[in-house]
Design a protein around this ligand. Sequence first.
Ligand code: AMP
Length: 228
Amino acid sequence: MDGTGIADTAPVFILLGPPGAGKGTQARMLEDAFGLVQLSTGDLLRAAVAAGTQAGQEAKTVMAAGGLVGDAIVLAILKDRLAEADCAKGVVLDGFPRTIAQAEALDDMLARKGQKINAAIALEVDDVQMVTRISGRFTCAGCGEGYHDTFKPLQVANTCDNCGGTQMTRRADDNAETVMSRLAAYHEQTAPLEQYYQVRGALYRVDAMGDITQINTSIATLVGQVNA
Ligand code: AMP
Protein backbone atom coordinates (compact mmCIF):
# COMPACT_ATOMS: atom_id res chain seq x y z
CA MET A 1 0.00 0.00 0.00
CA ASP A 2 1.32 3.47 -0.91
CA GLY A 3 1.80 6.29 1.59
CA THR A 4 -0.75 9.04 2.21
CA GLY A 5 -0.92 12.75 1.37
CA ILE A 6 -0.71 13.59 5.09
CA ALA A 7 2.18 16.00 5.76
CA ASP A 8 5.08 14.56 7.78
CA THR A 9 4.28 16.29 11.07
CA ALA A 10 0.49 16.45 10.67
CA PRO A 11 -1.56 14.46 13.18
CA VAL A 12 -3.68 11.36 12.66
CA PHE A 13 -6.40 10.74 15.23
CA ILE A 14 -8.81 7.81 15.32
CA LEU A 15 -12.21 7.84 17.01
CA LEU A 16 -13.29 4.38 18.12
CA GLY A 17 -16.72 3.44 19.42
CA PRO A 18 -19.95 1.65 18.49
CA PRO A 19 -22.56 3.14 16.17
CA GLY A 20 -24.24 6.03 17.98
CA ALA A 21 -21.24 6.76 20.24
CA GLY A 22 -20.94 10.24 18.70
CA LYS A 23 -17.88 9.71 16.52
CA GLY A 24 -19.23 11.86 13.68
CA THR A 25 -20.35 14.70 15.96
CA GLN A 26 -17.05 14.75 17.82
CA ALA A 27 -14.98 14.43 14.64
CA ARG A 28 -16.69 17.50 13.19
CA MET A 29 -15.93 19.46 16.33
CA LEU A 30 -12.26 18.41 16.17
CA GLU A 31 -12.17 19.38 12.51
CA ASP A 32 -13.28 22.91 13.42
CA ALA A 33 -11.13 23.24 16.55
CA PHE A 34 -7.86 21.79 15.24
CA GLY A 35 -8.06 22.33 11.48
CA LEU A 36 -8.14 18.60 10.80
CA VAL A 37 -10.03 16.83 8.03
CA GLN A 38 -12.80 14.48 9.18
CA LEU A 39 -12.71 11.26 7.22
CA SER A 40 -15.73 9.03 7.64
CA THR A 41 -15.56 5.77 5.72
CA GLY A 42 -19.34 5.51 6.22
CA ASP A 43 -19.78 8.84 4.38
CA LEU A 44 -17.34 7.78 1.65
CA LEU A 45 -19.22 4.49 1.20
CA ARG A 46 -22.62 6.22 1.16
CA ALA A 47 -21.28 8.56 -1.53
CA ALA A 48 -20.08 5.54 -3.54
CA VAL A 49 -23.50 3.89 -3.18
CA ALA A 50 -25.25 7.11 -4.29
CA ALA A 51 -22.89 7.46 -7.26
CA GLY A 52 -23.51 3.83 -8.24
CA THR A 53 -19.80 2.99 -8.54
CA GLN A 54 -18.68 -0.64 -8.61
CA ALA A 55 -17.54 -0.36 -4.97
CA GLY A 56 -20.83 1.29 -4.04
CA GLN A 57 -22.85 -1.49 -5.64
CA GLU A 58 -20.86 -4.12 -3.75
CA ALA A 59 -21.16 -2.24 -0.45
CA LYS A 60 -24.87 -1.40 -0.66
CA THR A 61 -26.41 -4.69 0.51
CA VAL A 62 -23.88 -5.21 3.28
CA MET A 63 -24.50 -1.70 4.63
CA ALA A 64 -28.28 -2.13 4.51
CA ALA A 65 -27.91 -5.32 6.57
CA GLY A 66 -25.64 -3.64 9.13
CA GLY A 67 -22.56 -5.75 8.34
CA LEU A 68 -19.04 -4.60 7.59
CA VAL A 69 -18.01 -3.88 4.01
CA GLY A 70 -14.95 -5.87 2.87
CA ASP A 71 -11.54 -4.52 3.83
CA ALA A 72 -10.33 -4.27 0.20
CA ILE A 73 -13.19 -1.94 -0.81
CA VAL A 74 -12.90 0.23 2.30
CA LEU A 75 -9.12 0.50 2.04
CA ALA A 76 -9.25 1.45 -1.65
CA ILE A 77 -11.79 4.21 -0.95
CA LEU A 78 -9.88 5.52 2.05
CA LYS A 79 -6.54 5.44 0.27
CA ASP A 80 -7.91 7.57 -2.59
CA ARG A 81 -9.32 10.09 -0.12
CA LEU A 82 -6.11 10.27 1.94
CA ALA A 83 -4.18 11.14 -1.23
CA GLU A 84 -6.22 14.35 -1.68
CA ALA A 85 -4.45 17.64 -0.93
CA ASP A 86 -6.60 18.79 2.02
CA CYS A 87 -5.52 15.74 4.06
CA ALA A 88 -2.01 17.21 4.28
CA LYS A 89 -3.06 19.16 7.40
CA GLY A 90 -3.95 16.02 9.34
CA VAL A 91 -7.00 13.84 9.74
CA VAL A 92 -9.47 12.52 12.26
CA LEU A 93 -10.71 9.11 11.20
CA ASP A 94 -14.33 8.39 12.04
CA GLY A 95 -15.49 4.80 11.56
CA PHE A 96 -12.11 3.56 10.39
CA PRO A 97 -10.42 1.22 11.15
CA ARG A 98 -13.12 -1.31 11.99
CA THR A 99 -11.04 -4.50 11.72
CA ILE A 100 -7.54 -5.48 12.75
CA ALA A 101 -6.64 -5.88 9.06
CA GLN A 102 -7.68 -2.27 8.42
CA ALA A 103 -5.64 -1.07 11.41
CA GLU A 104 -2.58 -2.92 10.12
CA ALA A 105 -3.06 -1.51 6.62
CA LEU A 106 -3.30 2.02 8.04
CA ASP A 107 -0.14 1.50 10.09
CA ASP A 108 1.63 0.26 6.93
CA MET A 109 0.43 3.23 4.91
CA LEU A 110 1.69 5.68 7.53
CA ALA A 111 4.95 3.83 8.14
CA ARG A 112 5.92 4.30 4.51
CA LYS A 113 6.50 7.97 5.36
CA GLY A 114 7.83 7.32 8.86
CA GLN A 115 4.48 8.30 10.37
CA LYS A 116 2.17 6.71 12.92
CA ILE A 117 -1.15 7.55 14.50
CA ASN A 118 -1.10 10.09 17.33
CA ALA A 119 -3.96 8.56 19.31
CA ALA A 120 -6.91 6.19 19.12
CA ILE A 121 -9.65 7.69 21.27
CA ALA A 122 -12.25 5.17 22.44
CA LEU A 123 -15.66 6.72 23.13
CA GLU A 124 -17.05 4.66 26.01
CA VAL A 125 -20.83 4.26 25.93
CA ASP A 126 -23.63 2.00 27.04
CA ASP A 127 -24.99 -0.19 24.21
CA VAL A 128 -28.59 0.00 25.37
CA GLN A 129 -28.70 3.74 24.89
CA MET A 130 -27.12 3.56 21.44
CA VAL A 131 -30.39 2.32 19.97
CA THR A 132 -32.19 5.42 21.31
CA ARG A 133 -29.42 7.71 20.14
CA ILE A 134 -29.39 6.25 16.64
CA SER A 135 -33.15 6.07 16.24
CA GLY A 136 -33.54 9.82 16.75
CA ARG A 137 -30.71 11.19 14.68
CA PHE A 138 -30.83 13.13 11.43
CA THR A 139 -28.49 15.27 9.35
CA CYS A 140 -28.67 18.51 7.40
CA ALA A 141 -28.39 17.59 3.71
CA GLY A 142 -26.75 20.94 3.02
CA CYS A 143 -23.79 21.00 5.42
CA GLY A 144 -23.81 17.58 7.10
CA GLU A 145 -24.41 18.90 10.62
CA GLY A 146 -25.82 16.11 12.78
CA TYR A 147 -28.86 16.49 15.05
CA HIS A 148 -31.00 14.37 17.36
CA ASP A 149 -34.73 14.61 18.08
CA THR A 150 -34.07 14.66 21.84
CA PHE A 151 -30.38 15.25 22.52
CA LYS A 152 -29.60 17.92 19.91
CA PRO A 153 -32.81 19.30 18.41
CA LEU A 154 -32.96 22.08 15.81
CA GLN A 155 -33.30 25.51 17.40
CA VAL A 156 -35.79 26.55 14.71
CA ALA A 157 -38.09 23.89 13.22
CA ASN A 158 -36.87 22.49 9.88
CA THR A 159 -33.91 24.86 9.74
CA CYS A 160 -30.26 23.90 10.20
CA ASP A 161 -28.62 25.89 13.04
CA ASN A 162 -25.37 25.81 11.11
CA CYS A 163 -26.20 26.71 7.49
CA GLY A 164 -29.92 27.56 7.45
CA GLY A 165 -30.62 24.61 5.15
CA THR A 166 -34.12 23.15 5.27
CA GLN A 167 -33.59 19.64 3.94
CA MET A 168 -32.91 17.03 6.63
CA THR A 169 -32.05 13.37 5.97
CA ARG A 170 -32.24 10.20 8.06
CA ARG A 171 -29.99 7.26 7.24
CA ALA A 172 -31.66 4.14 5.90
CA ASP A 173 -29.61 1.96 8.28
CA ASP A 174 -30.60 3.95 11.37
CA ASN A 175 -33.47 1.61 12.26
CA ALA A 176 -33.70 -0.58 15.38
CA GLU A 177 -33.18 -3.89 13.54
CA THR A 178 -30.09 -2.83 11.58
CA VAL A 179 -28.66 -1.12 14.65
CA MET A 180 -28.57 -4.48 16.47
CA SER A 181 -26.54 -5.99 13.58
CA ARG A 182 -24.24 -2.97 13.55
CA LEU A 183 -23.66 -3.27 17.31
CA ALA A 184 -22.93 -7.00 16.93
CA ALA A 185 -20.44 -6.28 14.11
CA TYR A 186 -18.81 -3.69 16.35
CA HIS A 187 -18.35 -6.08 19.28
CA GLU A 188 -17.12 -8.96 17.12
CA GLN A 189 -14.80 -7.16 14.74
CA THR A 190 -14.07 -3.62 15.93
CA ALA A 191 -13.86 -3.78 19.75
CA PRO A 192 -10.60 -5.85 19.56
CA LEU A 193 -8.96 -2.71 18.17
CA GLU A 194 -8.87 -1.25 21.68
CA GLN A 195 -6.40 -3.97 22.64
CA TYR A 196 -4.51 -3.45 19.35
CA TYR A 197 -3.93 0.24 20.16
CA GLN A 198 -3.45 -0.32 23.88
CA VAL A 199 -0.40 -2.55 23.37
CA ARG A 200 1.00 0.13 21.04
CA GLY A 201 0.57 2.80 23.75
CA ALA A 202 -1.87 4.77 21.59
CA LEU A 203 -5.23 4.11 23.29
CA TYR A 204 -7.07 6.81 25.25
CA ARG A 205 -10.53 6.33 26.75
CA VAL A 206 -13.20 8.99 27.14
CA ASP A 207 -16.56 8.64 28.90
CA ALA A 208 -18.98 9.52 26.08
CA MET A 209 -22.33 9.10 27.83
CA GLY A 210 -22.83 12.69 28.98
CA ASP A 211 -23.46 16.05 27.37
CA ILE A 212 -22.05 16.54 23.83
CA THR A 213 -20.20 19.73 24.74
CA GLN A 214 -18.62 18.21 27.85
CA ILE A 215 -17.50 15.15 25.91
CA ASN A 216 -16.03 17.44 23.30
CA THR A 217 -14.10 19.33 25.98
CA SER A 218 -12.62 16.04 27.26
CA ILE A 219 -11.63 14.96 23.74
CA ALA A 220 -10.28 18.37 22.74
CA THR A 221 -8.16 18.50 25.91
CA LEU A 222 -6.77 15.07 25.12
CA VAL A 223 -6.08 15.95 21.48
CA GLY A 224 -4.38 19.18 22.58
CA GLN A 225 -2.14 17.26 24.98
CA VAL A 226 -1.23 14.52 22.51
CA ASN A 227 -0.68 17.11 19.79
CA ALA A 228 1.55 19.38 21.93
P1 AMP B 1 -20.98 4.57 9.72
O1 AMP B 1 -21.43 5.76 8.94
O2 AMP B 1 -19.58 4.71 10.23
O3 AMP B 1 -21.95 4.18 10.79
O4 AMP B 1 -20.95 3.35 8.69
C1 AMP B 1 -22.11 2.91 8.03
C2 AMP B 1 -21.87 1.55 7.43
O5 AMP B 1 -20.82 1.64 6.45
C3 AMP B 1 -21.41 0.49 8.41
O6 AMP B 1 -22.50 -0.13 9.09
C4 AMP B 1 -20.68 -0.48 7.48
O7 AMP B 1 -21.59 -1.27 6.75
C5 AMP B 1 -20.01 0.48 6.50
N1 AMP B 1 -18.65 0.90 6.95
C6 AMP B 1 -18.25 2.15 7.31
N2 AMP B 1 -16.96 2.17 7.62
C7 AMP B 1 -16.51 0.90 7.47
C8 AMP B 1 -15.25 0.27 7.67
N3 AMP B 1 -14.17 0.95 8.11
N4 AMP B 1 -15.16 -1.06 7.41
C9 AMP B 1 -16.23 -1.77 6.98
N5 AMP B 1 -17.45 -1.24 6.79
C10 AMP B 1 -17.60 0.08 7.03
